[in-house]
Design a protein around this ligand. Sequence first.
Ligand code: ADP
Ligand code: MG
Length: 270
Amino acid sequence: MTNSQAVQSATEAPFYRAAGDEVDVFAAAARRGVPVLLKGPTGCGKTRFVEAMAHQLGRELITVAGHEDMTSADLVGRFQLKGGETVWVDGPLTRAARHGAICYLDEVVEARQDTIVVIHSLADHRRELSIDRLGATLRAAPGFQLVISYNPGYQSVLKNLKESTRQRFVAIELGFPPAEVEAEVVAHESGIDLSTAHALVKVGHAIRGLQGSPLGEVSSTRMLILAGELVAEGLSLRRAAQSAIVEILSDDQDVVRALGELVDAVLPAT
Ligand SMILES: Nc1ncnc2c1ncn2[C@@H]1O[C@H](COP(=O)(O)OP(=O)(O)O)[C@@H](O)[C@H]1O
Ligand SMILES: [Mg+2]
């Protein structure tokens, strides 16, 4: 499987195919140091987009994966015992503010409200971080930019962001890319040819288009890539779609059977 961390090196640009004008919007926000809200379903390319933008802008990228137990100390930093001494260790948010890096809070929906308040003063015109435990206030270095991603389909802590804070962000909506672009992405990432990738994209569209779907998630670009990787390893399209998409989307036997039939109807007869 393609690991985006491993792909990204200091010299090599992460592969990213734009779906619309998101690159221009992000670059404009970055020039002004304006924080960005990235909205979109799981597996649509949010993380890859930020990696590509950081590379293009020549900024360091510090990514924090949100989880429900995350505390403000996980973001800001804490005192740690080192060889009998107590030393302060910056958290990722503090490090990014100090070094003028992009701080990417990935899927921050998971974090609790009292954790997320620490970003308020960094997101607004103050661009500063108060580090209570040090009794200090840190002014963000030029180049610092806050980027937050979330899936608007979920209950989100960001819906409870102070309105005054939320209004300091610009939002970029990243849906699944248009079919042409998505097929190119699937082909590139999995190593299958473009026409095979198009067949998988058709499967993806059929599932996304289901009315009254009982599914919590839909067939994401990431799932289509995974199916492509199985095809590249010699499995049939059907088998790959069954394993990488259908069985992942549901455990309910009736739903799995119905999705399987949909896949059969969409895929070219072999
Ligand atoms: N527009 C795109 N250009 C290049 N790769 C993409 C694009 N969209 C999705 N991908 C691929 O899909 C995978 C999942 O995307 P990711 O950025 O991890 O999704 P998200 O962060 O939205 O959950 C990436 O690792 C990448 O291989
Ligand atoms: Mg992500």
